[in-house]
Design a protein around this ligand. Sequence first.
Ligand code: ZN
Ligand code: ZN
Length: 258
Amino acid sequence: MKKIIPLFSGSSGNCTYIRYNDEEILVDAGVSMKMIECALDSVNTSLSRIKAIFVTHEHTDHIKGVEAISKAYRIPVYINGASAEYAVENGIFCETQKYINEKNAGDSVDLDGIHADIFRTPHDSCGSVGYRFSFADKSSFGYATDMGYITKTTAEMLFGCETVLLESNHDVRMLKNGPYPYYLKHRILSDKGHLSNDAAAGFLPYLYEKGAKKVILAHLSEHNNTPRLAYETNVEALKNAGISTEELKITVAMKSVI
Ligand SMILES: [Zn+2]
Ligand SMILES: [Zn+2]
């Protein structure tokens, strides 16, 4: 049995649940433990069954619940060294320290039936990574959010994945005309910011060509995007490349399953 369920997605918190047979893991835990408990309950599982938390980087919307969850349930946390160091130095990780397994870009982790390869993503945090999870049934799932652009390595790690969770953060026009201060707009649009709808959309035909069957658009901005706009921009790009949504299924990870 394989399940990939984005429980929370967006600038207010991210958490994705993955199950392969008896192995259940989370990628990021950027909302409270209580919220993740409720979300997991709604998909008929619980934190007591989670074997590991894979963290992308140290921003609050990715690690908010990590300390409480790993402490309460004694769950190993895989996180890159620079993000871990920041979280420890700033008191975000206290007791969690004993559950930390530092894993950096280029490293991999083997669990029962799930193999994780780690790759660097360009983002304005101390460290930032994405994951390619390969399952015993030979299928793969790529997870890449919080990145200013798609690097060659990121593209290579996502190629061949049957399912890809890809950032589609903002609509460039909405961001430019929106309420954010100049420095924040500049940060988001920079090479170390977030991936726009147009940038995600431009990458979809390549993902399809390399074997993707499903793309989950994720980490949508609450102020500079809408689920409809993200979906339509991405579908339009597919259409222009002569690919139908039956050939490459597009879904949008909503804020929460609850
Ligand atoms: Zn971030
Ligand atoms: Zn984020």
